[in-house]
Design a protein around this ligand. Sequence first.
Ligand SMILES: [Zn+2]
Length: 817
Amino acid sequence: MMSCMAHNKRSKAAEAGQLCRTVQTHQMVKGHRLQEEKHETADMENERTPLVTTIRVERTDPRYRSFPHSTFRRFCTIALCCILILAIIGFAIPYAVLQPHRRHHHGHSHGQIDGLHASGWPQSEGLAFDDLKEILLSTPDEEQARTWSQYYTSGPHLAGKNLSQALWTRDVWQAAGVKSDIVAYDVYINYPAGHRLALLQKKKDGHKIKFECSLEEDVIDDDPTTSLQTRIPTFHGYSASGNVTASYVYVNFGTYQDYEDLRARNISLEGKIALAKYGRNFRGLKVKRAQELGMVGVVMYSDPQEDGEMTELNGYKPYPEGPARNPSAVQRGSTQFLSMLPGDPTTPGYPSKPGVPRTDGNLSLPCIPSLPISYRDALPLLKALNGHGPKADSFNKYWQGGGLSHKGIDYNIGPTPSDLVLNLVNEQDYEITPLWNVIGIINGTIADEVIVLGNHRDAWIAGGAGDPNSGSAALNEVIRSFGVALSRGWKPLRTIVFASWDGEEYGLVGSTEWVEEYVPWLSASTIAYLNVDVGARGSHFQAAASPLLNDLIYNVTSLVPSPNTTVPGQTVYDTWFSKDIRTMGSGSDFTAFQDFAGIASLDIGFGAGPKDAVYHYHSNYDSFRWMDTQGDKTWEYHTTITKIWALLAAKLSEMPVLPVSAETYAKGLEKYIKSVKVGASQSSVTDDFSFVALEKAANNLTSHAADFDVYTKSLTAELGEGVPWWKFWQKLKLWYAVRKANMKYKLLERQFLYADGLDGRDWFKHVVFAPGRWTGYAGATFPGLVEGFEDNDLKKVKKWEGIVLKCLENATKLLSN
Ligand SMILES: [Zn+2]
């Protein structure tokens, strides 16, 4: 992609150079003539005097003899020429964009953009918007999506070990007519070398093994992914190597508060191993807090408590016979400290190009070992805790509800007596290795307005039918659909970029390094980033977004038929249960776009509802067979997410006035300030702080944003009415007004970046959106303020009040004139 951009730049520069050279030549010719004239008058006769001399004859025509206004006339001629040139530049170029539809293939025409007559801005060369929409809704095909999924899930594709898939993806996109290339980075990454977890009874003459964890997922006969010779061991990405033997403590979910609760009850943690349940916060942060408290290792397991109704206890059979969790399922995953720094841990804020200087990575890498296990392996460890220390149900509500009570587990905290210990061995090979993003581009007419769509390709397991390859199959179908439009002569108004990221699972590595490399260009040009990670693993539509894009999500989901209708004709919007759009946290590839570059982003997919089969996240059972028999049997959720994704891109690319809402954005900020206020009531400094200035500034932004949206609607209406060609001046004015308005929408999100970043994690530049310090996935809004209150630090609160006020003011200014 960058090669064609560079090419564009080059050719423009070349044109400019040519222009300069032409001007120079003119001046040189003029200079030469002057010199000649001088020679004629000043030189005396010599041996080089020509034999035939030109004798200058004065004009005698009275009309020319004494023309007093010759200077004035020359001035007029030059002025007229200049006006003509300016008119050509100012009118003809915009006209090239404004020109009427050229329908190469269609007799019939709609000339409408969603009911809007758009003769004033028929941008989609070759296709009307309705024709494009029709292609995007009718091209995605269930059988084809199934085929893409089958390819991606047929073998392991860990980060940095999937070059053949990268090349294959590039070729698929090229075949669809989308210019594509591989963009590689050299990243610091680990691969599993060995592991062991055993419960030991200390005896006088050494240790007796009480239980040896299998650390393996069961092979299932009719699920070929589970028996591959090359299947990937259970391990944690970016985990520390180590061999520790110690007694252990049940730490619930290992959230910050869970550890605090244990300290409040004087449970000894130092020198112990933590046994934690998966869920509630990002796994790396379970390790981070354990490490800070002097613990020496962490073991994590998946408790059926997190599986809702679909449990064996409720009578459901486990996979493959039924929808419940297979007891041997293990959740792999990264233990990077995601809320501190995503991407390559050794190149914070800059791309991991070959040979770049590297840090030690300690800001985001754990130093104590950890292992993931199944609940079947966890049972003997939990059982060994019975009778030791207080019971979890004597703690607060967050400690209730363990899902293995029926298996004889009392959920005692421990610690285990000093003669009952765990031996935890984790061996990881760390290396610097290339990984490969695939980047495709469809160049639009307007070069500096860009939409980026992305999904990651790497997975923890050979399968990954849900995460991420339901998204990868959808992305290929999006590209195939746009390819059909291209083959019918379509050229988008704005540029569309597609990305198949590598290394997401380890810590959003491929996308982060790419954004870090291209941030100047992305910042100048990008309107929005549209992410799909898990495209389909159930029937419940889910979305997270910058509020700038909320209205667009509601609009587009109401155009796409739902695969799950009780009444014929229902759309995804109709069957979308909560209609709730979450705030942007982290945990997928939108993070660098939203939190580092200030680009409005969204993340969508179909997740599991209460009646859907348990999704075996990061386990061998997230396989093609599971998807084909339980996750998305008809593959309709794959094609539905494809349609939503493609239409989001098409609307952002084709609507003359960007289909975003500044007012919804500002109202979102008002809501977030309210929630900061609610949270602040717990803080000891809350009485010393007034929210009035923040509320006033946000309110002021909302009213300016509302006015701005009304104004841009009027521009859309004006475009809809159409301007006759002979009123070219008015047309030109309208074109510039639309360009300016879109520029403001584009830069609105950028106003909320703070160059120095958040306290203690300065890679995060957005003052509104960041992952919570201790949640990782879930978004913390206005993190600077929130953390100031959490830390009871009034100085910090005041600092962030000043920063946020400045951002609100800048945003208001941007939308004002
Ligand atoms: Zn994923």
